[in-house]
Structure formats: C-alpha cells, structure tokens
Design a protein around this ligand. Structure first.
Ligand code: BGC
Length: 793
C-alpha cells in the first residue's frame, strides 16, 4: 500500500469521513495529516464553479467560464483533436478556478431523441461517443486535474431517473451502453468516474459489483475513483463494498455513521475501507493544484468558435448557400437575438461572453436589412409578429430564419413528450414559405426533432447548441468563410413512431425495458431499411468528394479521397463493419472507425483506418467475454451510414458460434418494435421483473415522491398534486423549475441524501410512515429521531 503509513495514522472516523463529501462540492480534509480537500464542479462543456453553498442544478450562477459547444454538438465534428483541445481548455479553466475534478464529459448513449439530457451526450453510437469522450478526458487531465466521465451506466431517461431500473440484456449492455465507457477508460485513463442514479438489472449502478468491480475495475483496469451522482447513493455501505469511493454531496455525517456501524457489525471490513481510502488518496494527491493560474478567455472564445465551426451540419442546400457578398438578408426569429446555445440543468454555464447573430452580423459583407422576432419563445403564434416577419422578409433576397427547440424542452430532469418544435415557429415557417424568397433555416437544438416543414425551406444549417461563440461560427458557414464539415452523430427519423424503442420509451413506473436490444439509431433504421430524414453520419459540404481504391488487409482498410469541387474542405469518412450470421443476431452495419481529412480543391489523400479490438467483436453471454465470430466480414466505407461508397470482404479467424435458440427471429430480422414479453425474456435469459408499481403496498424509502399520487395519506397526495401543478406552471412560463423536477424524480431516501445532514435516513423512514397514512405514529417517531439526530450531532 502506497499510503499505508498515512492510513495507519488515521482514526476510523477520519477514514470514513474521506469517503463522503464535506459539502455540496468538496471533500473532507484532515489537517493534522496534511490531507487536503478536493473540489468538484460541473461540467461537460464549461466549468460551473459554485460557492460552497451552491446547488447542483444551475440555479445559483457559477463563476464566469467559457461555454464551449455541448457534447451533442461536438460529436458532429467527429474531430478527436478539437475535442482534446476543448478538454485542455476546460482543464485550464478548472485549474484557474481551483477545481480538482471536472464532472464531465457526459457520455450516455442517445437511445431515444426525447431524453431531456441528450444535449449533454455525444451520440447514438458507442464507438464515436467513446473516442470523443476519451479525447476530452485526455485534454482535461493533461492540465493536472481529473475528468469524470458520467453517468455509468444505462442512464437513458430523465423521468424517475433515480428509481428506475434499466432492464437490458447483457450483450446490449456491453456492446451499446458500456463500450463508450470502456474506450474512455482504456484510452484516456480517467481518474474519476461518476456512477449513475438508476438501477441496472435490479441493482443500483453505484453499488453494483458487476458494473463497478467486475467490469470497470477488473475487466477494464480502471484505477481511479468512483463518485456517486449527486444524491444517487442508495446504501453507502453497499456502495463502498462494491467499488464506490465517494458519496456526494454531504449527508452531514449520516453516511459516515452508517459506515462506522457497518464496520462495527462486521458488514464491511476495515481493511476494505482502507483500500478505498488508499485509492481515493492516490487520486486526491495527483490532482492538487499549485499556485495561481490565469486563463486567456479571449483565446478560449476563439477555440469555442472554431469548435462550433467544425461541428455545424449543413443538412440541406438548394444552392442558396454560401451567401454571396451583398446579398440582401432579413433575419427572423427570436434565437437570432437571444441564442439557444446550451441546455438547462447542472451543466448550465455562466458564459464569459455571448454573441448573438444580430450583434455580429454587421461584421459581414452582407446587406442586412433588419431583424424581427417572429415568434415568442413560449405561447401561441402571434399574427402581428408573423406579419412583421413577412413584411421584412419581402424586402430581402434571402431570409435567415432562426428556430429550434425552446428552453423548456432541453433540460435535465425532464424528457420531451414529442419531437416537434413549438407550433408558433411552424406557423411562421408556413407564412414565410408563401414568399418567393429562399429561406435558410438555422436550427438550434441538441437532439433530433421532426421536420415536417423540411420542404418549405431551401437550406438548413444545423448549429445544434453551439456554445457562446456559435453566432459567428454559423455566419461564417453561411457566407462560405468556413466550409461546413460536420456530420450527424445521430439519425433524424421522419417521425417519432419510426424509432425502434417507440413503444418502450420511457419506462413509466418501476422499469425501463430495453426491448430493442442492439437496435439503437442507425443500427435499427439501416437493418430494417426504414427511411430516415437525415441518416447517421450525414452532412453536406460546399465541395464534393470522390472515394476510390479500397484496399483491405487484416490490419486496416485504405482508400483514397479526392476533393472534386472548387473549395477546400474536410470530409469525414466512416468505417462500418457488418457480418451475415446465422448464429448471432447483428445489425446490418456498425461504426468501427472514422477519419476526418482536410483537402484542397483537386487534392487527394490516402486514408488509413486501422482495425482494432472492437472491429469484429461481439459479447458472448456464455463465456461473458468478447469473442470474434469466425467468417467473412463486410468492410464498408461510407460518407454516411446510408451512403456507402466502397466496400469489400475480409475473412477473420474466430470462434464457431452456435445459435442460441432462445433468441427470437425478430432480433435476427431487426423487426423489434413489437417484442413480446416472451421474446424479451429469451433475450434477457431470465423472467421480466415487475414493471408496475404495486399500488396496494405501502411506499418505501426507495419509492419516488411521484408515487405519492396513490399514497394512503391525504396530505401526501395533496403535496404531490401541488408539486406537479407547480411543475406544469413553470413549464407554461417557459422556465422549468429544476428543483421541482429533481424532487418529482427522486426517491424518499434522497431527502436525507440531499439535505446536507438536516434530515437523517431514520427521519425519512418516519416521514414515509406518515405518507403511508400513520400520521401520529410517524410524527411522534419523527420528532424522536430528530432529537436523536441533534444529540448525535
Ligand atoms: C447530475 C450530474 C451532475 C451532478 C452535480 C446531478 O444531478 O446528474 O450530471 O454532475 O448533479 O451537479
């Protein structure tokens, strides 16, 4: 043990104190032993350093920091280098703010477009997510602090995120929901990982031996620390036993007390606690910040702009773009004045500065004739605003129309209910589409929307949520100063009902069933030839590229790309691998590599994409290991998943696989929208757990506050009714109340976990007794436990 001497000098109370937070953002120090504390802050696309009494939902402003494009945006860059540079920028700002652990990147799979936090995540594909997350981690950690990829694992819905159980078969879990984390761990060595709130197959992620010890530590060789999500520790003792090192935020000593009791009773050994302390100290001492550090925020602003430019996706262009100098343009849409450039919740950055389109447009050689708002952020269409828009637009040559998702629809703690943009924006599009002027739509949102109005416009520039410098980045693309090179990191279906998990998402009560198995995003659409509006990996350029000369050997695939247009530009080429198999089911193709290359007009380059340990593997549930199936593999090089330009075959030696007859034919065909209970049980290899709440049973510590809708106590039913009404009202006002969102999604136990020690777990138990209709019993016990807590201190 590296820190044996130090640990021997600690009292048992000091040891356990290190394994839980001191307050909302920091850990305990032990001054007599020179053990410092560690500070944490969100997040994924900008440092949100808060005062000690801050909150974790972005309600209290953090210190000013650069707001880089969100991960969903950056994923469209497919550019590992720029992601690493953003990581370095984030790391530098963390150091300057004395933050030792930066809580990001977020890297859950975008399983369904409605997940409220999709804007914080990279992609529907694990390979792309993993590679980009690893780049962020390398960048952040190069500055001497720790990154913290999150939320491990299978955390794909916000609704009831702290109580929901993700029921997912082992192969899907490993291949889709964990491969990204595996890549990040193996390729960037994060010092910290955040476990997720939810359960995975019946166990809380934060206390799952299988996830933390067997996979993360033993299998992938993770040697950092696991921190719980905020309030996400269910049973601290079980957590520590199974691989968690740090419960956050503080529970005011309640968790320490439980750990001490568990040691006394022999539920956990002191030597295991020592091991966790040792592992914790190793990270703690490696992330200490010395001296004062300055950040050049102007440079970071430029980096944020460059990053946004790399990520913008040109979805459609009927020769309207790039805009010629002196084109007479009208600018319409509230987002041009008040940009949507990040999402809401714990990732919300207090931007160092923010550009809006109408502030910067005069820097361009365009004849800008004016701006009108066009629509209200929230509410119905306003005919006056629409008329003003039409009147202005009539006088221009080209209409630049800024639209997208409103603020209430991309927020932590709340999944969208549909894929539409606000109706008042659609009405504005319809009104403007009657004019002869071409319309360029500039879209802002961090997840797919349906685009039933797609034919009403001439060009679509998708900026996603491009960060504080997004306005100029988008204009640079529109005038052709920058040739767009982003490609979608997720599929855009025509309609919500086209999705593989349309019938299964979100889980509404106890569980969330991943019946679609491996068929997430393009894996489903491509296998089933379901038409999509814009496929995975798709994006236009102002130039064109020709692919030729494919050469495949056992180590790599090589090919040539030629820029056949008259403008320099970058092309993202994608390697997909597929295999026809009678033994195991497989999507038609899966992303296994990518390269972004820059080419001058007329220039050609040979591109080499190496195969790696992920190229041909599948997870074998019999051996619980990744295996390679023997046989011929199709090697495809695409400009998108639907635009395969070159292909060939490669024989790969592997194992003979015998078909598992429990797997339904539907998984082989990919027709997975209507998987029955029996079929899903065949895939899972066990019976389905109950999906529904048992409304006849009293509520328990781990039931959600939302379940008070059927509580015995009238008071409790009234309380949840009020909360839900307040939630609705806040949405109507256009400002979702994040506290209420947190409350309605949380279990009773989190009252203790989030109250900083004011409420003990015992007190919560008594509150639950009241909720279950035993008012007097619960109240008298509550008072006693409160007095006891006061004495315990
Ligand atoms: C979020 C995490 C975040 C933490 C601290 C939680 O609610 O799920 O992503 O890092 O709060 O703000």
């Amino acid at each position: 043990m590296k820190y044996r001497d130090l640990i021997t000098k600690m009292t048992i109370e000091e040891k356990v104190s290190l394994l839980a937070g001191k307050d909302f953002w920091t850990t305990h120090s032990i001054e007599r032993l020179n053990i410092p504390s560690m500070a944490m802050a969100d997040g994924p696309h900008g440092v949100r350093k808060q005062a000690e009494n801050g909150d974790h939902l972005g309600l209290v402003e953090g210190v000013k920091a650069t707001c880089f494009p969100t991960s969903a945006t950056m994923a469209n860059s497919w550019n590992v280098e720029i992601c690493e540079r953003i990581g370095q920028g984030l790391g530098q700002e963390a150091v300057a703010s004395n933050v030792n652990v930066l809580l990001g990147p977020g890297m859950n799979i975008k399983r369904n477009p409605l997940c409220g936090r999709n804007f914080e995540y990279f992609s529907e594909d694990p390979y792309l997510s993993g590679k980009l997350a690893a780049a962020y981690v390398r960048g952040i950690q190069s500055k001497g602090v720790s990154a913290c990829p999150k939320h491990f694992a299978a955390n794909n819905q916000e609704y009831l995120r702290m109580t929901n159980d993700s029921v997912v078969d082992e192969r899907t879990l490993r291949e889709i929901y964990m491969t990204g984390f595996e890549i990040a761990v193996k390729e960037s060595n994060p010092k910290t990982i955040m476990s997720s709130y939810n359960k995975v197959n019946g166990e809380y992620a934060n206390e799952s031996e299988k996830l933390l010890r067997d996979t993360l530590i033993d299998d992938w060789g993770f040697n950092g620390i696991v921190v719980s999500d905020w309030g996400g520790s269910n049973d601290h003792v079980e957590g520590v036993k199974n691989g968690n090192h740090l419960e956050m935020p503080t529970t005011g000593g309640d968790s320490d007390y439980q750990l001490l009791e568990a040691i006394k009773k022999g539920v956990i050994t002191e030597s295991l606690v020592d091991k966790r302390v040792e592992e914790y100290l190793d990270v703690l001492f490696s992330v200490q910040i010395q001296g004062e550090h300055q950040v050049n925020y102007e440079e970071h602003h430029e980096l944020a702009r460059k990053a946004a430019e790399e990520s913008i996706v040109l979805l459609k262009n009927n020769d309207t773009l790039p805009l010629k100098p002196h084109t007479k343009i009208s600018v319409i849409g509230d987002f041009a004045e008040t940009p949507r450039y990040q999402g809401a919740g714990s990732s919300l950055v207090n931007s160092y500065k923010l550009e809006s389109t109408i502030e910067v447009i005069s820097d361009y050689e365009l004849d800008y004739i004016g701006y009108v708002q066009g629509y209200d952020r929230i509410g119905r269409a306003d005919s006056n605003k629409i008329n003003d828009a039409v009147n202005l637009a009539e006088k221009s040559d080209v209409i630049l129309l800024y639209i997208g998702l409103d603020d209430v629809n991309e927020v932590e703690g709340y999944d969208r209910e549909h894929m539409k943009i606000p109706e008042n924006q659609v009405q504005l599009i319809e009104a403007l589409a009657k004019l002869p002027q071409p319309i360029v739509i500039v879209l802002s949102c961090g997840a797919p929307i349906d685009m039933l109005w797609n034919d009403r416009c001439d060009a679509i520039v998708h900026g996603y949520l491009p960060g504080q410098a997004g306005a100029k980045a988008i204009l640079n693309v529109m005038v052709g100063k920058v040739n767009p090179s982003g490609k979608l990191s997720e599929s855009y279906p025509y309609e919500y009902k086209d999705l593989s998990n349309y019938n299964y998402y979100p889980g509404l009560e106890k569980t969330s069933e991943y019946r679609e198995g491996l068929y997430v995003g393009y894996r489903y659409f491509d296998t089933n030839a379901v038409d999509v509006r814009y496929p995975f990996g798709y994006g236009l350029s102002y130039t064109s590229f020709e692919y030729s000369d494919i050469k495949i050997d056992s180590n790599s695939v090589r090919f040539t790309i030629l820029n056949t247009g008259d403008m320099q530009g970058s092309e993202i080429s994608q390697l997909y691998v597929g295999k026809k198999s009678k033994a195991i089911y497989r999507p038609l193709k899966e992303l296994k590599g990518f390269k972004k290359v820059y080419l001058e007009p007329g220039e050609s380059k040979e591109v080499v994409i190496e195969f790696d340990d992920k190229s041909f593997r599948y997870f074998d549930i019999n051996t619980m290991k990744f295996q390679v199936e023997d046989g011929d593999y199709e090697i495809m090089i695409g400009a998108s998943s639907r635009d395969i330009r070159l292909s060939g075959t490669l024989y790969v030696k592997g194992v003979e696989v015998i078909r598992d007859t429990n797997i339904s034919k539907r998984y082989f065909s990919g027709d997975v929208q209507q998987i029955t209970n029996e079929e899903f049980e065949g895939l899972l290899g066990h019976k389905l757990p109950d999906a529904d709440w048992d409304r006849t049973k009293p509520l328990g510590l781990n039931d959600s506050l939302t379940q008070m809708t059927y509580a015995k106590s009238r008071l409790a039913r009234l309380a949840i009714k009020i909360l839900l009404t307040l939630r609705k009202r806040s949405f109507k006002k256009g400002k979702p109340n994040l506290n209420i969102l947190f409350l309605t999604n949380m279990p009773f136990r989190a009252i203790a976990k989030m109250s900083g020690g004011t409420v003990s777990m015992e007190m919560v138990g008594n509150i639950v007794t009241i909720v279950n209709g035993h008012f007097f019993k619960g109240t008298s016990r509550l008072i006693k436990s409160w007095i006891w807590l006061g004495r315990r201190g």
